[in-house]
Design a binder for this molecule. Structure first.
Ligand code: IVH
Length: 687
């Protein structure tokens, strides 16, 4: 962010030259305050990127006006303030920081400086690793035994967190070697994996405790527990990436060899590392990690390059708070602050109402964001987001931008509370919210509510469903608004004239849309099931259903027990499927789609023999060996159906002892009657 933009955001005027001293003082006190909130209270008040911008401004000011420099400036120290509750630990070798780079040019000039510093023209080898988003820790082993663990603190003095670190299961209490060094300070990062973080916050929510803003704050908060039993429940992890003091042992000649040695000693080292040559090499590593970033089980905010050869590291040395031989290449900030202009609600295809913050446009991770989800009403209350608030917005990877938190100290006096509407903003139907659910819904259904209709239709045509290219949001909107399309079946009735008359539709594009609609008729059963938009039936459930039933009719006729037999389908999903399929309107839709030519290859699923396919069986009386439900399961497995009463449609009656009126009825109607042995024979070999 530019300096002027920053001032605008803070509602202040950029100072004139005479105000530099005041400005520097203000920056120092702001930075100190935010750093205290961040490091000591584990409750960040502004996004990292903004802190970095303030910090960079102060650094620039101090170097332009050396008379402003002061020993107690935040630029003169490395980390946070040690906590008073923990015993203080002096680091024998200071724990430094790393300089940051953001652009390719930053990396190239870092590489140039390194080569200049070494007086060498040949490509330098860099150890590339991840920049973990946790907190730095020093582990001291004496004769192979863990004797002390300390946080970085201000780089010189940290906090003794030995008791808590002992609870981190991946950290060895004794090194795996018969020949340990007399003393070694292993340095690395303590962090919390994303899944553990999600579970922790879930638990915090359940017991009504405050949630953590991100995995790093959760890791920091967990490590600074005064009660190590709490730390033990938090599932912290550790990755080593550096070394402090070493006695009675030799420094490996390369950083990469140091990490290999750690691994051999049983110290956790991250697998995502490589040695690369020159700027081009490290940029390749950066690109590769960038692509896989969201799939990693932990959060990283960049990668780190370190000159691999230790002799070269020593030749390069340090400048003030950071080594010349290392650089952190950071990803663009995924968080930014902006103002909530309004809070609206979006009606989804299932009628679910999602509060959405309308934002003053802000660039996050290189994309301009104007809307961010607030998930549901409870989230709005929990985060206490109000209209007019300053908020931190986050956009990670390809997920929908969300409001992370309010910046309470920037709350203007005239903020307004958000109220969930009582009527649907689109169709006016009442909004309902079952007590035990977090989601409020429009009760209009998709017949009444155009938003649900549009959502459902867009889902139907989407890439993973029927994949009708060219039927985007604007086109579907027009089709619905003009009443040309009400149900998905209507797509298959569209004609060239109708389409060409729409806004922004030339005949050529209308033809393309029709072609895409035609092409979509040839699909797969899984896509078709998914496209129906049955609640709780996502892509993988749709695939499981298609695999299990093989044929649509088999699914349409399935009993609850049969649906429950499908992989990973539980009672809630089964109920949703059965209630969708029992609605005559949905049945009609399915028939219309089939009638307009939507088809797929049907498979008879491999389910052993289907001796009773299409047959209806009535079980009555007590069978000699089979229990009633065992026999019923066998009938269903063989493709038959079990019913409770005998009629002309009954194929067989299986009768045991004490069979009563059903047996009599079967005799009366002339329906074949089988005993257990005959039943089992029939299952083996249909006549
Ligand atoms: S090396 C002399 N390597 O980033 C360099 N630090 O700004 C010492 N960090 O406090 C640090 N991943 O908490 C190094 N692979 C990595 C890192 C890493 C994360 C953190 C660490 C440190 C900060 C430096």
């Amino acid at each position: 962010m530019s300096r002027d933009a920053l001032f605008t955001k803070l509602g202040q005027q950029a100072p004139g030259a005479s105000d530099w001293r005041g400005r520097a003082e203000w920056l120092r006190s702001e930075l100190n305050r935010h750093a205290h909130a961040y490091y000591v209270l584990d409750q960040p008040t502004i996004p990292d990127a903004e802190y970095d911008a303030l910090f960079a401004e102060l650094q620039a000011l101090e170097s332009e006006h050396p008379e402003l420099a002061s020993a107690d400036s935040p630029t003169q120290r490395v980390g946070g303030t040690p906590l008073p509750e923990f015993r203080q630990v002096q680091h024998d070798v200071p724990m430094l920081s790393i300089n940051n780079g953001f652009s390719e040019e930053d990396i190239e000039s870092f590489d140039r400086r390194v080569r200049e510093g070494l007086g060498s023209d040949s490509a330098v080898e860099y150890a590339c690793e991840l920049k973990f988003d946790g907190l730095a820790i020093n582990l001291r082993y004496e004769r192979g035994v863990l004797v002390q663990a300390a946080t970085r603190g201000d780089g010189t003095t940290g906090e003794d967190v030995t008791a808590n670190i002992r609870t981190v299961r991946s950290i060895p209490l004794r090194l795996q070697t018969n020949d340990p060094p007399l003393l070694i300070d292993v340095r690395g990062e303590v962090l919390m994996f994303k899944a553990d973080f999600a579970r922790l916050n879930q638990r915090q929510r359940e017991v009504g405790h405050k949630e953590f803003a991100n995995p790093r704050n959760a890791a920091a908060g967990s490590l600074r527990q005064l009660d190590s039993r709490i730390t033990a429940q938090r599932h912290l992890r550790f990755f080593a990436y550096g070394i402090g003091r070493l006695e009675g042992g030799d420094f490996p000649p390369r950083h990469s060899a140091l990490l290999d040695w750690y691994r051999a000693l049983g110290i956790p080292v991250c697998d995502e590392r490589a040695v690369a040559r020159g700027a081009a090499g490290v940029l390749g590593f950066f690109a590769d990690i960038g692509r896989r970033r969201t799939a990693l089980p932990y959060e990283i905010d960049g990668v780190v390059y370190k000159v691999d050869r230790v002799a070269q590291q020593q030749a390069l040395g340090f400048v003030s708070r950071a080594p010349r031989f290392a650089l952190a290449h950071k990803f663009p900030a995924e968080e930014a602050t902006t103002t909530v202009l309004d809070i609206g609600v979006q009606v989804g295809r299932t009628g679910a109402l999602t509060p959405v913050a309308r934002l003053a446009p802000v660039s996050v991770g290189g994309v301009t964001v104007t809307n961010a989800t607030l998930h549901n009403e409870d989230e709005v209350r929990r985060k206490d987001v109000r209209i007019g608030d300053n908020v931190i917005v986050r956009r990670a990877g390809d997920v929908i931008p969300e409001v992370v938190a309010v910046v309470p100290e920037r709350r203007p006096p005239d903020v307004r509370q958000f109220e969930m509407p009582v009527a649907c903003p689109v169709c006016g139907s009442p909004i309902t919210r079952p007590e035990e659910e977090a989601v409020a819904r429009c009760s209009g259904g998709w017949i009444k509510c155009a938003a649900q209709r549009k959502g459902g239709l867009l889902h139907f045509v989407s890439r993973r469903a029927m994949d009708i290219e060219g039927l985007g949001e604007q086109l579907v909107e027009q089709l619905v608004d003009r009443g040309l399309v009400t149900t998905p079946a209507d797509f298959y009735k569209l004609g060239l004239v109708m389409l060409s008359e729409l806004d922004r539709m030339a005949e050529k594009s209308a033809q393309n849309v029709l072609k895409a609609i035609e092409k979509s008729k040839s699909t797969t059963l899984a896509r078709f099931i998914y496209a129906l938009g049955i609640r709780h039936v996502g892509e993988s459930t749709a695939k499981a259903l298609a695999r299990h039933f093989g044929m649509l009719d088999a699914m349409l006729e399935a009993s609850e027990a049969e649906v429950l037999a499908v992989d990973d389908i539980g009672p809630v999903v089964a109920h949703s499927i059965l209630s969708f399929l029992s609605d005559p309107l949905n049945r009609e839709l399915i028939e219309q789609l089939r009638a307009s030519g939507v088809h797929w290859e049907e498979n008879v699923p491999e389910r052993g023999n289907q001796a009773l396919a299409g047959k209806t069986i009535v079980l009555t009386g007590t069978l000699p060996t089979l229990k009633r439900d065992e026999a019923a399961a066998m009938v269903e497995a063989a493709g038959g159906k079990v019913t409770g009463s005998v009629s002309k449609k009954t194929s067989y009656v299986v009768a045991g002892d004490d069979a009563g009126s059903k047996l009599a009825k079967a005799q009366e109607l002339g329906i074949p009657i089988l005993d257990e042995t005959e039943f089992l024979t029939l299952l083996e070999s249909p006549e």
